[in-house]
Structures are given as C-alpha cells and as structure tokens.
Design a protein. Sequence first.
Length: 408
Amino acid sequence: MTVESTAARKPRRSAGTKSAASASTTGTKSAASKRAGAAAKKSPGATGGEPELVQLLTPQGERVPDATYDPYVADITSEELRGLYRDMVLSRRFDAEATSLQRQGELGLWASMLGQEAAQIGSGRATRDDDYVFPTYREHGVAWCRGVDPTNLLGMFRGVNNGGWDPNGNNFHLYTIVIGSQTLHATGYAMGVAKDGADSAVIAYFGDGASSQGDVLEAFNFGAVYNAPVVFFCQNNQWAISEPTERQMRVPLYQRAQGFGFPGVRVDGNDVLASLAVTRWALERARSGEGPTLIEAFTYRMGAHTTSDDPTKYRADEEREAWEAKDPILRLRTYLEAANHADEGFFAELDAESETLGKRVRDVVRAMPDPDTMAIFENAYADGHALVDEERAQFAAYQASFVDEGGN
C-alpha cells in the first residue's frame, strides 16, 4: 500500500523571485521585506488582546483572504485539496488504531496526534524531498507526508526496534524522545547544509512544553547567529502534559523569535491551508539564505499526552468541546463540499481506504515479535558490571515466576 498523497509537493520558487512575504534578518531590508514585516505584525482576525493568527479557512470552512500568504496556495488544485484531506483522514485513522492497539496490550505506549492533523499535514506537505525533517515523537502525520510506512512507527512503541526506518531514505530523522534536543541536531544539520551550499532547508518540530527547554533556546540562538536555513515548527497544543501554556510563558510563544533576531508567526494549526502556506513561506526564505523562522501552530491536543496520561484530571470537558468545534478535518471537508472540490464518491472511497489501512496496521502489529525483555540489560556498560549482572538475574527469575506448570 502506498503512503504517497495525491497532494504533490510544490516546486521551489526561484530565489531570484522572492515573495514579498520574505523578511530579511540583515540590517538593510528590501521594500518587499519591509512590507512583509509589516504584514507579519498585523493582526488578521484577532480581537482585543488576542495575538496574531494567520488563517485561510475559518472553523466553519469558509475561505478568507490573506494578502501575505495567499500566493503560497493560490495555485493549489482540487486534486491537491482532496489529497490534503486524504492525508488527514488516513493519518487520524492510523493514530486511532495505534491508540486501540496500545489499550489491547500490543504497544507499550502511544503518543496520539489527535487534533493536530492540519498542522502536521500542512507543514509536512510544504517540504521538498531534499529538505530534512527532525521530529519529536508525535509527528505521525509528518512521517506520513515523508513517505515513511506508518507501521514502521509502531515497532519502537512495541519495543522491537529503535525506530524502524532509515532516516536518510526519506530525509526524516528517527523519533526523539528527549524533549527538545532534536532542535539542536536540526540547527547543526542546517549549518552544515549552508556550508555545503546546498539548496535545501531543515525543519524541526517540537511542542509548547519543549519551548521551555534550554536546548530549544540554544538552537534559536545558534540558528540566528549562523543564519542557518532552519524552520522551527512548534505545535502549541496548549498543554505540556498537565501544564497549560500560561504557566510556561508570559508572552505568545511565537514572539520569542524577536529576541533572537528572526521572524515568528502564529498560524491557525487547525487550518491545513494556512499551515501549508506559512510553512512554504518559511522554507522558501530559509532556502533563499534569509535564516530561521519560528512557526507557532496554535492547535489543541484532543486526546491524552500519551496513553499513560489521564487528561480529565487537569482539563475541563468544556475546553475540549470548544476545540472539537474547530476540528481540522471537518473544517476542510466543509470547504471541499461547499466549493465542489469533492463529491460523495470521493468520501466513500476514502472511507473504504481508511478501513483497509486500519486492518493492515492491526495485522502488521500483531505479527510483530514480542520484545526481548532482557535486552534492557545489554550495552549498559562496555565491559559489564556486577550490579547489572545481579539485576539481570533477579529480573530473569521474576519473569520465570509467571510460567505455569504447563510451560506457558
């Protein structure tokens, strides 16, 4: 089964014809850059003290204009719009199957992306094949866009491999569990890209909680000082496990970029078109030598932080219900139907494809071997250690205690 979407990646715009959205980080800005900077500072759709929010599709599925970012999706076709919808539907189905499999004891843990499909699919489809992606551990939709077989994501969460795919095969790094550290890896890689003179960019994903980590702020500083072609993509899903964003920061997250000398943009993370457009803009300016950008995708984690978490202990049902009304998939479907970009036949075929994917995911995971329970003791010390040997023996005896008289 192929995981390629019908939403093909767009060719890069020539560096010689930069969009007016490109904002230079040097001391002398072009007139186009100045106009872009002014556009980035305005507040489309914001009211009162609310921060800026780039939005092309309202929660009701209505297309709204934006002079700065419309050019980046102006030539999108009906087929590509259906492809974006397909990407979100199938990645959500995969995510739901993974959650169910964990509940059935087939996976040790799962970090759901429910509610964040638009931010991931929009940004993922903005990348080119030669761009390099550094994810955390929740970027299942981005992995889908990069052509990684979704079942490969599950081996790590079952404990049978350390990732399951070749990072260089799809320019998609292995998942990173250590919070925020991949931003430094991405920045270093981007600095190397610049030194090699390559015409490509790097994108690093992290969450609002990770933005409080020193690694992320160090990455911002290095990226700015070395003008690295890196896009920092923060999925602000409102909750760093059980901590809301207001307990982490005093200003909107995207404004942190100002202190490091590069642009920050907040985009409606439940709007796949806006996420696509803003990320295309940021990647273009990175490839054109204009340095980093911070994108804050303002979205919401509809489910638990991971399957070991119970969000009902710290989150109100009313809050979740309010965000359900902004569902990214329903939003795009409403637009597709209203603008005659898709018919009932398309949705029926997609439903059938979703069922096929769900069955395949279940079959593949259940055919995976059980993890080696003793592997945790390997490679702890290069030359072995008496305490590890003792712990290994104790754990082996514990495991043996579950074997019944029939040998099962």
